[in-house]
Ligand binder design. Structure first.
Ligand SMILES: O=C(O)CCC(=O)C(=O)O
Length: 321
């Protein structure tokens, strides 16, 4: 399958215009589209932030990030069937501790302080911090995605720190094909939690299947309320769609295709849910003819790439070799 499905939806649903704000404002807006009316919120579970661990030696980290993770036939089959897969023990606690600290420092340097109830994010951190670039551009992560997509090579679209602070509500149901201005369905996101993530903290949850967008194709997308999220939830419940919403162990990550419907619960713990989410796409893909409102500040991620062109900018290097 090739192409990007968002174009028809965009014209129909009024998304056919550029996003005017920055990406932080984009997330603030986007989370207002989630339904949080399902009963009284649970009391916050006391969770301590992860304990500091000694940083790995540079040579040890280099070796880990260069080493190919053993993606198996079963992983590939699950990804093709379900649209996502969860992989255990991809990174060590020491490597994750170092990455988390670098992200916290970079966010603080950029003036972003954790505020209870908010969703704090920042992109393109790899361009500012060589230590973060080591992870985002690593063969370990890039090769996992290339092997799951069944392509020779992938390029990076962007990194994203997603800090769902204590008390922040749900992330609405969506699939990313709507979001990325990339004219290909060989696109996937690595969602890498930077702490063990129990269910109460809002781990990413996935609906099994890659064609569920057909089931909800007629649900109108609302840019101003939670009606889309509610209707998708109801449609999945009615159709008996199977949902994976389990916790993540430390070191575990998920990879989801741009066709996979996903959501995340509220963070009902006292700790921040920090994640590095990085999107990769098959080498050779083009920019869609007309990027939309849900693509956010896409020109920042594909600088100088015009609609219809093959993507090959300095911010989109091949990372899988
Ligand atoms: O972390 C979240 O709550 C949402 C992340 C997401 O939708 C994604 O990485 O595609």
């Amino acid at each position: 399958m090739s192409g990007n499905l968002s174009q028809d939806h965009a014209a129909r649903d009024g998304l056919d215009r550029a996003w005017q704000g920055d990406n932080e404002q984009w997330w603030d807006w986007y989370l207002t589209l989630a339904d949080n009316t399902d009963g009284e919120p649970a009391p916050l579970l006391e969770v301590s932030p992860p304990a500091a661990v000694p940083a790995p030696a540079a040579a040890e980290l280099d070796a880990l990030l260069a080493e190919v993770y053993p993606v198996t036939e079963a992983h590939r089959a699950a990804f093709a069937r379900d649209g996502f897969v969860k992989l255990p023990a991809v990174l060590t606690p020491a490597a994750l501790g170092l990455l988390r600290q670098r992200l916290v420092d970079l966010m603080a340097a950029g003036g972003r302080r954790p505020e209870p109830g908010r969703f704090t994010s920042r992109e393109l951190m790899w361009t500012e911090d060589a230590g973060i670039a080591e992870f985002v551009l690593s063969r370990r992560l890039g090769r996992i995605v290339a092997d799951l997509l069944g392509v020779d090579d992938v390029r990076v679209y962007h990194d994203n720190v997603l800090a769902k602070e204590s008390g922040c509500g749900r992330t609405p149901w969506h699939f990313d094909d709507h979001h990325f201005p990339i004219d290909s369905q060989a696109v996937a996101t690595v969602w890498l939690p930077l702490q063990a993530t129990p269910q109460e903290m809002g781990p990413l949850s996935f609906a099994r299947g890659t064609d569920l967008h057909r089931l909800v194709a007629d649900v109108p997308f609302s840019t101003s309320d939670a009606s889309y999220d509610r209707a998708v939830s109801a449609a999945f419940r009615e159709a008996g769609v199977s949902v994976e919403d389990g916790p993540f162990e430390l070191g575990e990550l998920s990879v989801h295709s741009s066709l996979c419907f996903h959501t995340a619960g509220a963070n009902r713990t006292t700790a921040s849910r920090m994640v590095l989410a990085t999107t990769y796409f098959a080498d050779g893909a083009r920019v869609v003819p007309t990027p939309t409102l849900v693509s956010g500040e896409w020109q920042q991620f594909l600088p100088g790439a015009a609609p219809g062109e093959v993507i090959d900018t300095p911010l989109n290097p091949v990372v899988s070799r």
